[in-house]
Design a protein around this ligand. Structure first.
Ligand code: SF4
Length: 352
């Protein structure tokens, strides 16, 4: 018997408004479908970080057509005010610090909002997020969902947020409660907390819904592409299958570097060059890391390079970012083929 059968929703309040957080990944899709099965009216929200794959945008935009559920609403963080504030600081303080005028003017020009939340956040902070400073989840997902959707809903009554978090995903997630109050005043509920990955696929099969196609491309998780919690093998697959996204990260590194005083910023900023053990402290740009991600055994390579870094995993109370597969998934330690196979539910009929 699967845990799926024990997860029927019970609303704590008759006026409760239900909000499902959707990332485009398998777990949040499972709770979207669970809410649909409950027969209650609900809203669904997706936070667009600006660092997502086009297949995820398409999957989220068409989820309602394929399931009969509500259209997923999209929110986006806006960093215009932070950029304007920091631009003023650059123009006022950098010349006093003796910084060359050409550099000041270039940095100030780059503080014009691009409209891409991830890039604008990094320009305004002068750096990319990292495992140790994972401000991306709160700034790009939690805050826009809270201010643009949850806050207005709370004015009409209690809000219950449904979260696609499972205990089996990570030790951190296993310590989370099934229910708790969020600082916004809403309640958080993790209805598939005890589900295994097979329950999640069974839920997709029950609705004849194909999961996000990124899993079929060998991605172990759906979310930012790449995510700061990306592992070595994931980075290699992204570079092999979606080189345009590596090109984008390279352009972003150029922009964020030119917009900050250090004239340096790397997407994975807290790591030294894994291909050059003789020069510890030299930070690695995306191309160096892609090159390293293709190394196998022998020579100078740091096999556990990313995995040894402290932090890791989405630390948000809301669990809005999908985790990299853990030991619960046979794919976690397996080959690309094994991972891709286990990331696909088997369908007995034609999926949508
Ligand atoms: S933790 Fe990863 S998926 Fe989540 S916002 Fe940060 S980069 Fe994106």
């Amino acid at each position: 018997m699967t845990t799926t059968q024990h997860a029927r929703p019970t609303a704590p309040h008759s006026r409760t408004q239900h909000l499902v957080n959707v990332s485009g990944g398998k777990d949040s899709t499972a709770i979207y479908l669970l809410a649909l099965e409950s027969g209650r009216p609900y809203r669904a929200v997706f936070a667009d970080t600006g660092n997502e794959h086009e297949l995820t945008y398409e999957y989220v935009a068409r989820l309602h057509e394929r399931t009969g559920g509500p259209k997923v609403e999209t929110v986006k963080a806006d960093f215009s005010r932070q950029l304007a504030r920091h631009r003023e600081y650059v123009l006022r303080e950098w010349p006093r610090q003796g910084i060359d005028d050409a550099i000041v003017q270039e940095a100030a020009r780059l503080h014009e909002p691009t409209g891409n939340p991830y890039l604008d956040l990094c320009i305004s902070k002068g750096r990319f997020p990292s495992r140790m400073a994972q401000f991306c989840t709160s700034e790009l997902k939690e805050t826009p969902i809270t201010t643009q959707i949850v806050g207005p809903m709370l004015k009409a009554g209690p809000v219950l947020q449904w979260l696609g978090v499972r205990a089996a995903e990570s030790a951190h997630r296993a310590r989370l409660p099934r229910f708790n109050r969020h600082e916004s005043g809403s309640m958080l509920w993790r209805p598939i907390f005890r589900w295994g990955i097979e329950d999640v696929w069974a839920q997709h099969r029950r609705h004849a819904l194909r999961p996000n196609p990124l899993y079929a491309h060998g991605m172990g998780r759906v979310g930012c592409l790449p995510c700061v919690n990306c592992r070595k093998d994931e980075l290699r697959r992204i570079a092999d299958r979606f080189p345009a996204h590596i090109d984008r990260i390279r352009r972003w590194e150029d922009v964020v570097s030119a917009a900050n005083k250090r004239r340096s910023a790397t997407f994975f900023p807290a790591v030294t060059d894994p291909t050059d053990a003789d020069r510890p402290g030299s930070y690695s740009r995306i191309d160096t890391l892609v090159e390293w991600s293709r190394t196998t055994h022998g020579g100078r390579q740091f096999g556990l390079f990313f995995d040894e870094q402290p932090g890791g995993g989405c630390a948000s109370d809301l669990g809005l970012c999908e985790s990299t597969p853990s030991s619960e998934d046979p794919s976690a330690a397996g080959t690309h083929t094994a991972r891709a196979a286990s990331m696909q539910p088997a369908f007995s009929e034609q999926p949508r």
